[in-house]
Design a protein around this ligand. Structure first.
Ligand code: PGA
Length: 253
């Protein structure tokens, strides 16, 4: 089902006490807000914070996500956390294939595809990230690059599981730079992603997919971005760490 989602990506920020306080504050601010099933607030917090935060937020208002998971089931993978472990503590969403994981930790499209499989196996909704570099955009390859990322990531995804998948378009040049894609640039890519899904599956399925925009979303630009036809909300980094600003972004849903 196509939902409007405001997802915060805390990345490697906040100590446990700070993160719990931030989540509690958000939970309180959401008190008067009616969030129906077609609108969701998600926070992707560090692994160390997940259990504590799940205990202090109302699950009907805030879904807690992980920022990554292992591509493997279980076993001798020192330092890794499995999707099943995350499921067992109440995680509902996992960010998969964020550009920081692809660029800094060498995640390939194949690894991304395996991580998606882990999410489906454990009934977790993946938030699948894609996006081009500045160089790729300047050489007008952005549509092709993102289309290929989507096709590669979805290579093993059937018609049932695609409907459990959220896509986040995050141009790398806009992440943490203060340089947001214009609503028109984002809309063009979102429509392209939706068309790619329609080609791989059906038009009906493509219309039901939630596609988020990420990259320097803030309280000043969120309403204009979210007003675009194919933009169903945001994946918000820096601004999700400021509770009042994140609330304004949620309100612009
Ligand atoms: P940003 O990060 O909002 O700080 O640009 C977005 C993201 O990386 O998900």
């Amino acid at each position: 089902m196509r939902r409007k989602i405001a997802a915060g990506n805390w990345k490697m920020n906040t100590l446990l006490n700070e993160g719990v306080t931030l989540a509690e504050e958000l939970n309180t601010l959401l008190d008067g807000i009616e969030l129906y099933d077609d609108k969701r607030v998600v926070i992707a917090v560090p692994y160390t914070h997940i259990s504590s935060i799940i205990n202090v937020v109302d699950y009907k208002k805030i879904a807690v996500a992980a920022q990554n998971c292992s591509q493997f089931d279980n076993g001798a993978y020192t330092g890794e956390i499995s999707a099943l472990m995350l499921k067992s503590i109440g995680v509902q969403y996992i960010i998969v294939g964020h550009s920081e994981r692809r660029q800094i930790f060498g995640e390939t499209d194949d690894i991304v595809s395996q991580k998606l499989t882990q999410c489906y196996k454990n009934a977790i909704f993946p938030i699948l990230c894609c996006g081009e570099s500045l160089n790729e955009r300047e050489s007008v390859k952005h549509l092709e690059i993102v289309g290929t990322q989507i096709k590669n990531a979805l290579q093993n995804v059937d018609t049932f599981n695609i409907q459990r998948t959220i896509i986040a378009y995050e141009p790398i040049w806009a992440i943490g730079t203060g340089r947001t894609a214009t609503p028109e640039q984002a809309q063009e890519m979102h429509a392209h992603i939706r068309n790619t899904i329609a080609d791989l599956y059906t038009k009906e399925i493509a219309n039901e997919i939630t596609i988020l925009y990420g990259g320097s979303v803030n309280a000043a630009n969120s309403a204009n971005l979210f007003a675009k036809e194919d933009i169903d909300g945001g994946l918000v980094g820096g601004a999700s760490l400021k509770v009042n600003e994140f609330m304004q972004i949620i309100e612009s849903l």
